[in-house]
Design a protein around this ligand. Structure first.
Ligand SMILES: Cc1ncc(COP(=O)(O)O)c(C=O)c1O
Length: 448
């Protein structure tokens, strides 16, 4: 089919095997998005919806940003591709310098990947390479956490803690991975912000050190706030304790900031928001406002130096990289995003909207089918009461809200809300109002 003849409504839905989708259900009642502009989306029925989760947490600057389109177009016209191995172009160095000005402490070395999963996978490899370079090749173990989501590659699934992701692939997961318990306790029900209790859950790491030998552990990886699994906010003091234990035992602490990075928490990174400095940080999503894929790993200078020093001059120091590591089109988008962050003072804008959003979110507490609400920054999770089996309530409620005119992501029975950073109060009101309508309609149907 020539591009002029393409329509936004396809002739057949059979051939595309959709990711993380109930394919059979979707193909009976498709939800096709045809246009996106600012905070709004339009579907194939011509209905306008507000974007309540910034896409998949990746379009916080709004859809259709002209500055990004122009930067990408210009880049494609000048240099469309450049091999990232043994060659480079100016933009990727400029971007690395810009990113390193935002990262905490001396996390100044920037490795580009393709997405969040490849950023996490890269961080795992860098941790192993670092310890090997320091003469600690026995450090191969990793510690993750229950209810963590770190992406879909084998390393990511292994250190992640989502039961359904693990079950099918159990036979091919990475060896030597232990999981700490997740941090959500019953007593945290309807707590906004950081819970006061539960910091001692970090001692799970100490226990794993005792059982497996701290000297064998390469790294501990956590999302500072678990995003996709339902917005689990760390108890006060929890991340600090993890930091202390990692430092004591020479274990690298990795923060997966794929969702929390670039302003979602109010500060540039969750690391700064919670005052804890990791040894490595991963990011993706908002780095390019989601319009072209890109992932990033930021490492402490010491990690880079150790890997460099362990190799003779002229040799490739780290046998790792991707065809699309920091390619011109991604870099151009990311540089344009950096400019918007600065020009529009985005992180302060988010800070200014947090309490208004959180108040709106918690106003949904009175709805009968709502089991729990959690939130931090411009992110919130609404747990729906289970309906017959896990996941059904979340999915049915998502569809009801979609009909009511608000789009977002649901994981299991949790509705995850993450407004765009460009939202004004009226947009937050619209998201909350439409959530109320969607959830209420879902409740009514339950009773019928
Ligand atoms: C914390 C975290 N890490 C990693 C990933 C994987 O990112 P991607 O889907 O870009 O591979 C995600 C995706 O949602 C995520 O939330």
């Amino acid at each position: 089919m020539s591009s002029e003849n393409r329509t936004t409504v396809p002739n057949s839905l059979n051939e595309h095997w959709m990711p993380f989708t109930s394919n059979k259900d979707f193909k009976e009642n498709p939800r096709l998005i045809t246009e996106a502009n600012g905070v709004y989306l339009k579907n194939h029925e011509g209905k306008t919806m507000i974007d309540g989760s910034s896409g998949l947490f990746c379009n916080p600057l709004g859809h259709g940003r002209r500055e990004i389109t122009e930067a990408v177009t210009k880049q494609l016209e000048t240099l469309d591709y450049c091999q990232p191995f043994q060659q480079g172009f100016g933009g990727s160095f400029e971007l690395a310098t810009k990113i390193s000005k935002h990262t905490p402490g001396d996390l100044n070395k920037i490795f580009y990947t393709i997405c969040g999963s490849t950023a996490v996978e890269t961080a795992i490899k860098i941790a192993v390479a670092y310890h090997k370079a320091k003469g600690n090749g026995q450090r191969f173990r990793f510690v993750g956490r229950e209810r963590a989501y770190h992406g879909m590659n084998i390393g990511c699934v292994s250190i992640g803690g989502m039961v359904n992701n693990v079950k099918t692939f159990a036979s091919i997961l990475m060896p030597g991975v232990q999981h700490m318990r997740h941090t959500h306790l019953q007593e945290h029900k309807f707590v906004s912000g950081q819970p006061e209790t539960g910091a001692e859950l970090a001692n799970d790491l100490e226990r794993i050190c005792t059982n497996f030998g701290a000297e064998n552990i390469a790294a501990c990886i956590v999302e500072p706030v678990s995003g996709s699994t339902g917005v689990l906010v760390p108890p006060k003091g929890y991340l600090q304790k993890l930091r202390e234990i990692c430092t004591k035992h020479g274990i690298l602490l990795i923060f997966d900031e794929v969702i929390t990075g670039w302003g979602r928490m109010g500060s540039t990174f969750a690391s700064q928001e919670f005052g804890v400095e990791p040894d490595m940080m991963t990011m993706a999503k908002a780095t390019t406002n989601g319009v072209v894929p890109m992932g990033v790993v930021a490492c402490k200078d010491e990690i880079y130096d150790a890997v460099m020093d362990a190799s003779p001059k002229g040799a490739v120091e780290l046998f790792h990289g991707y065809t699309y590591s920091g390619i011109p089109v991604s870099v151009a988008a990311a540089l344009a995003v950096q400019e918007i962050f600065e020009k529009e003072d985005i992180f302060n804008k988010v800070k200014g909207m947090v309490s208004y959003f959180q108040k709106g979110l918690f106003s949904l507490k009175d709805l009968d089918s709502v089991e729990n609400i959690r939130g931090y920054g411009l992110m919130g999770g609404i747990d729906m009461k289970m309906n017959v089996k896990p996941g059904k309530a979340g999915y049915e409620c998502f569809k009801s809200c979609y009909k009511a005119g608000v789009n977002f992501k649901a994981t299991g029975d949790c509705l995850i809300i993450a407004p765009q950073f460009i939202c004004e109060k009226k947009h937050i009101d619209e998201i909350i109002d439409k959530l109320r309508t969607g959830i209420s309609n879902y409740q009514k149907n339950l009773k019928n």
